[in-house]
Design a protein around this ligand. Sequence first.
Ligand code: KG4
Ligand code: ZN
Length: 337
Amino acid sequence: MLVLGIDTSCDETSAGIVRDGKEVLANRISSQVSLHRPFGGVVPEIASRSHLKRLLPVLEEAFREAGIGPADLDAVAATCRPGLIGALLVGLTGAKALAWRFGLPFLGIDHIQAHLHAAVMSDPELAFPCVSLIASGGHTSLFYMPGPGMGLRMGRTLDDAAGEALDKAAALLGLGYPGGPAVEEAAARADRPADPPFPRPLKGRKSLDFSFSGLKTALRIRVREGGALPPEEVHRLARAFQEAVVDHLVSRCLAAVKAVGARSLAIGGGVARNRLLRKELSRRAPGLHLSFPPPDLCSDNGAMVAGLASLRLARGEKDPLDLPAAPRTTFEAWTPS
Ligand code: KG4
Ligand code: ZN
């Protein structure tokens, strides 16, 4: 079974081709980061226009890399939600056009479900029930996964996403964009974290939700009060900020694992690349099976869309060609039993 998946939900134009739900034959990702860098964040209209320019070349590259043509496919899928609506429409319309032209089934895929599925695709040892953290520039949520293709939301951010918080922190510290890697690099140069540490968000609350806007405000105040900060102090602030973000993420993940008796913990989204996050999870959860999909399956990509579509196709599912794009995801909430 050969399935094409397209993702244009944010600032990456991507097409992936997957065989039998797991074997990634191609996963082409064309990043627009340099276009959005001058603005310190993704500009929706620029993203849509750039997807329009990039989609066909990216598709051609994916077919070439996989050594197949569209007529060899069994289905075509694209992300239909959540995301920037204009950006989503480019990939979704492209996928529908291909499906119509070649008489193939079409599937519209939830981007967050696809992120959850990246661990299922890449980790044969993933044990269920599993808890999954998806943390990127646009989303930060925790999910309970009783099995492949299933997910209930256990918690979500009440304000900024974790990646967004790191992007804003990097901008405040003059460290560049995207902020996650920039903060990580600056933190690595610090001799120690800035003192005092940043307060931990929602401390003492039982909920599994996240909050990052207070951290950002705390950093803004310290930057303002610090005047012209010497580079050593910028590095220390980056280290303390990263520690607070990672501690908040790890604490919530471990509370969720405990709440459902999870046998594994999977991490997805761009923030999953963070080395401190990986290190702290391993340190604080010895014995728990941790699953980090490879970087190209962690950030936005078409292969995870194709993987989830393959699972749905095998279950006999498909979607109509008038399926709309939507800005938000729809997940049922997990409730403690
Ligand atoms: O999943 P992604 O590629 O795109 C979406 O936002 O959907 O995630 C991008 C986010 C950015 O906010 C970026 O700063 C963050 O992931 N990120 C990182 C790292 N690499 C990327 N955050 C922390 N540490 C990293 N190494
Ligand atoms: Zn994403």
